[in-house]
Ligand binder design. Structure first.
Ligand SMILES: Cc1ncc(COP(=O)(O)O)c(C=O)c1O
Length: 325
């Protein structure tokens, strides 16, 4: 469905598996639930960024880049996967991280160092620091490739547009259909890519994004920008409207990365009844949203729901105190 000549590097283990979650469905008294295991994309503990990085790395190599630069929060999964992707291709990597909750040298931050990335921390605007570093590298004769927050731009969108195609093929092979796809949403790349893919393949599925810390308006703007940039890159004449987006912004609590009691309960429930580990920043909060939407009937009991597990489990270790009774 996507043009075969788009620059792409095969770094993800695809297709990712789909597991049914029958005990969780029973506990919620609700819909049939499935998890699409994008925590199993394979690159240095996996996660959703690997799909985007297949296309971003492809673009970087085509442009002759020798260094990847990107930015994120201190426990950024995107940064960890970017460092691993750079190593895979023999490129250098600079990560600009802002300190926040869970600054300890564990979880993703530990892995960033283990992977050998140059880590720069800042309390200022990360994008500015990133652009200054890129300018310095250019002056030294290097060829940096700057990846925006979360790899969320038109190129990165290809990853989740392609995921919709993969899902359609898996649904057909399984003889199942999915009425609702629920995903954690932060910088718009995952949801924007899914929304783009939905239009490309004319899928009737609802795409539900649970915000990790942005208001609905902020997140909708990012999702629309990514979907539109992705469509433009493909030369596809598609329109995307705010009213078509399904985004919930009431589940992140006090802010991005700050634990909520509902997140802790959801992570514990899924671990104990399915043996499935969710992360505290994205999927734990997304699952707390899914549980609430089922309880309130906004996801009906007769629907098939696919929870996109976007990874992030290394951050659990940085949050262990939130889970100790
Ligand atoms: C585990 C995980 N889930 C979800 C997201 C949100 O994805 P996106 O930034 O594409 O909206 C991220 C982003 O960092 C993530 O690391």
């Amino acid at each position: 469905m996507l043009p075969a000549d788009l620059p792409r590097v095969s770094i993800a283990h695809l297709p990712t598996p789909i597991d049914e979650l029958p005990r969780l469905s029973r506990e919620l008294g609700g819909p049939r639930l499935f998890a699409k295991r994008d925590d199993c994309t394979g690159l240095a503990m996996g996660g959703n960024k690997t799909r985007k990085l297949e296309f971003l790395l492809g673009d970087a190599l085509e442009r002759g880049a020798d260094t990847l630069i990107t930015e994120g929060g201190v426990q950024s999964n995107h940064c960890r996967q970017t460092a691993a992707a750079a190593n895979h291709a023999g490129l250098g990597c600079v990560l600009v991280l802002s300190e926040g909750f869970a600054n300890e040298l564990t979880g993703n931050l530990f892995l960033d160092h283990l992977l050998g990335a140059r880590v720069v921390t800042t309390t200022g605007a990360r994008a500015d620091v990133m652009n200054e570093i890129a300018a310095d590298l250019r002056r030294e004769g290097k060829r940096p490739y700057v990846i925006p927050t979360g790899g969320s731009n038109g190129v990165g969108a290809m990853g989740y547009a392609q995921c919709m195609v993969e899902l359609a093929e898996q649904s057909e092979a399984m003889g199942e259909h999915f009425d609702v796809i629920v995903t954690a949403s932060g910088s718009g790349g995952t949801q924007g890519g899914l929304v783009l893919g939905k239009k490309l393949i004319e899928s009737p599925a609802r795409i539900v994004g649970i915000s990790d810390g942005e208001t609905r308006a902020e997140l909708a703007e990012m999702v629309l920008r990514v979907a539109r940039d992705g469509a433009a890159l493909l030369g596809a004449d598609l329109a995307f409207r705010d009213e078509e987006l399904e985004i919930y912004d009431q589940y992140y609590g006090p802010g991005y990365g700050v634990p909520t009691s509902q997140m802790v309960a959801a992570v514990r429930q899924v671990a104990r009844c399915e043996g499935l580990l969710l992360d505290p920043v994205y999927n734990g909060k997304a699952m707390s949203g899914l549980i609430d939407l089922v309880a309130r009937g906004q996801i009906a009991a007769d629907q098939n729901v696919l929870f996109l597990h976007t990874g992030g489990t290394p951050a659990l270790f940085a949050y262990r105190e939130s889970f100790t009774p």
